[in-house]
Design a protein. Structure first.
Length: 180
């Protein structure tokens, strides 16, 4: 058989839904084998057999890159086409329990959170208000300094893994107006 065409994907934190088009010279007896490959933290391969032009691969790791190889399989269940491949990553988990505290400071805010399940390359933390800033780091705490007293600031935290980003978590907090 000829290979399937135009593979596409839609990912969540733990699943990837794949769709593709029938190969040229398609026959109704064809099935498909979808091979899932991952190299980190250790090599891993899984096969899924389907009868239609779609497959949902579940129980994946958040923020992990996977390569999917789709083979068209003939009625004898052994003759296969060359593969068509697609590489994508699952959505990284969001930072958990994000808090922003002024700790009675007039000019600083401390942002804390817990690492999500899955892979994280870096956290992108931004602060906006009368003073703006960005911090990219691997720790789960950021301190923003040189802020203005008694002002509200909006802080966002986004988890990044490879080329994939989590949804943004947003928290607003104010610096103290006066030294206590």
């Amino acid at each position: 058989p000829l290979p399937a065409k135009q593979p596409q994907s839609n990912a969540t934190t733990t699943t990837v839904s794949l769709t593709w088009s029938r190969p040229d010279e398609y026959q109704s007896s064809y099935t498909y084998r979808v091979q899932t490959n991952s190299t980190s933290p250790s090599p891993w391969i899984n096969d899924t057999l389907v009868n239609s032009q779609s497959a949902t691969i579940e129980n994946l790791t958040p923020g992990q890159t996977y390569t999917f190889l789709i083979y068209t399989r003939a009625a004898d269940n052994s003759t296969e086409s060359d593969s068509v491949s697609l590489t994508t990553c699952t959505v990284p988990g969001q930072a958990v329990g994000v808090t922003v505290n002024n700790y009675q400071s007039v000019n600083s805010l401390v942002v804390n959170w817990t690492a999500p399940i899955g892979n994280v390359t870096i956290y992108n933390v931004t602060i906006t208000g009368d003073v703006n800033g960005t911090s990219q780091n691997t720790s789960t705490q950021v301190t923003f300094t040189n802020l203005l007293p008694g002002r509200n600031y909006t802080v966002t935290v986004q988890t990044i893994s490879g080329s994939c980003n989590s949804p943004i978590t947003t928290v607003t907090e104010a610096t103290c107006e006066y030294y206590l």
